[in-house]
Design a protein around this ligand. Structure first.
Ligand code: R1P
Ligand code: GUN
Length: 254
C-alpha cells in the first residue's frame, strides 16, 4: 500500500506522465465513485482503464466495493475519468478543472430518507479539525496557497445546475442540499455521537470525501459533491427494535 505522508511534485509528475503516455484522452471532469457507486464508470464510452496497482506512485484500494481502477471514457459526450475506488483515512491514508465526488452517507437531518440524494453545500472535516489534513506538511506553492480559504468550496453554479437537472428528471422530492461531515471511522456512530453531529448542523455523515475535496480546492479545482443517503443514523436509544445497518447494507443500497 502506498501510504507516504508527502508526495512531492516530481512524483506527481511521474504518475501523470505515465498516464499521459498511455491514453490519448484528456478529461476535463474527474469523478470519484463512492462505495458501490463504481458502476457509473462501466457506462463510459471508449473506455480505457488502468488498475491502480499498475500506475506508478498511485495508492491501492483495500476496501470491499471499491474496484481499484482508473477509468477514462466519455460520459454524454464529455471526456471524463472515474476513480472506481477511493482512498479513506481509515485505510492508512488533476488533470481536471472540476472534481465531482460522490459518497454513501448516513443521514442525521430529520427529513432525509434512504435513497435520497444530498447535494453537498458545505462540510465539516473532523479529521482536519484535529490536525489530520492532506495539506499538512511543506506546502508546494506550485499547487496552491499555504492557507487556502474554505468558505465557498462547493461551487454554487454547479449546485444550481444540479437542482435544475434533478428537477427536470422529476426527482426533486428526493433531493436535499446540506452539510456533510467526515468522521474517521471505520465504526458507525453511537447515538450520542449522532446527536452531537445533528446539533452541530451536520445533515449527513460518512468517512471520506473531505480530504479529496480539500486537495482539489487547494489547487483551484471547482468542486461538486453528492451524498447518496443509504441509511438514517440512529439518534434515539431504542429497546424495542434493534436497528442495525451494516456496510453490506450501505453497499446494496448504493
Ligand atoms: O464514503 P464512501 O466510500 O462512499 O463509503 C461510505 O460507506 C462506507 C461504510 O459502509 C464508508 O467507507 C463510508 O465512508
Ligand atoms: N460514518 C458513517 N458513514 C456512513 N456511510 C454510510 N452510512 C454511514 C453512516 O451512517 N455513518
Amino acid at each position: 500500500m502506498h501510504s507516504k505522508e508527502q508526495i512531492n511534485h516530481e512524483e506527481y509528475q511521474q504518475t501523470a506522465d505515465w498516464l499521459l503516455s498511455r491514453t490519448k484522452q484528456r478529461p476535463l471532469v474527474a469523478i470519484i465513485c463512492g462505495s458501490g457507486l463504481g458502476l457509473l464508470a462501466d457506462t463510459l464510452k471508449a473506455q480505457e482503464s488502468f488498475n491502480y496497482t499498475e500506475i506508478p506512485g498511485f495508492p491501492h484500494s483495500t476496501v470491499q466495493g471499491h474496484a481499484g481502477r482508473l477509468v477514462f471514457g466519455e460520459l454524454k459526450g464529455r471526456s471524463c475519468v472515474c476513480m472506481q475506488g477511493r482512498f479513506h483515512m481509515y485505510e492508512g491514508h488533476s488533470l481536471a478543472q472540476t472534481l465531482i465526488v460522490t459518497n454513501a452517507a448516513g443521514s442525521l437531518a430529520d427529513g432525509y430518507q434512504p435513497g435520497d440524494i444530498m447535494i453537498i453545500k458545505d462540510h465539516v472535516n473532523f479529521p482536519g479539525l484535529s490536525g489530520l489534513s492532506p495539506l499538512t506538511g511543506p506546502n508546494d506553492d506550485k499547487l496552491g496557497p499555504r492557507f487556502p480559504a474554505m468558505s465557498s468550496v462547493y461551487d454554487k453554479g454547479l449546485r444550481r445546475l444540479a437542482h435544475a437537472l434533478l428537477d427536470q428528471m422529476g426527482v426533486a422530492s428526493l433531493v436535499h442540499e446540506g452539510v456533510y461531515a467526515m468522521v474517521g471511522g471505520p465504526n458507525f456512530e453511537t447515538v450520542a455521537e449522532a446527536r452531537l453531529l445533528h446539533s452541530l448542523g451536520v445533515d449527513a455523515v460518512g468517512m471520506s470525501t473531505t480530504p479529496e475535496v480539500l486537495v482539489a480546492s487547494h489547487c483551484g479545482l471547482r468542486v461538486f459533491g453528492l451524498s447518496l443517503i443509504t441509511n438514517k443514523v440512529l439518534k434515539r436509544y431504542t429497546t424495542t427494535t434493534i436497528m442495525l445497518y451494516t456496510s453490506q447494507e450501505v453497499l446494496s443500497r448504493s
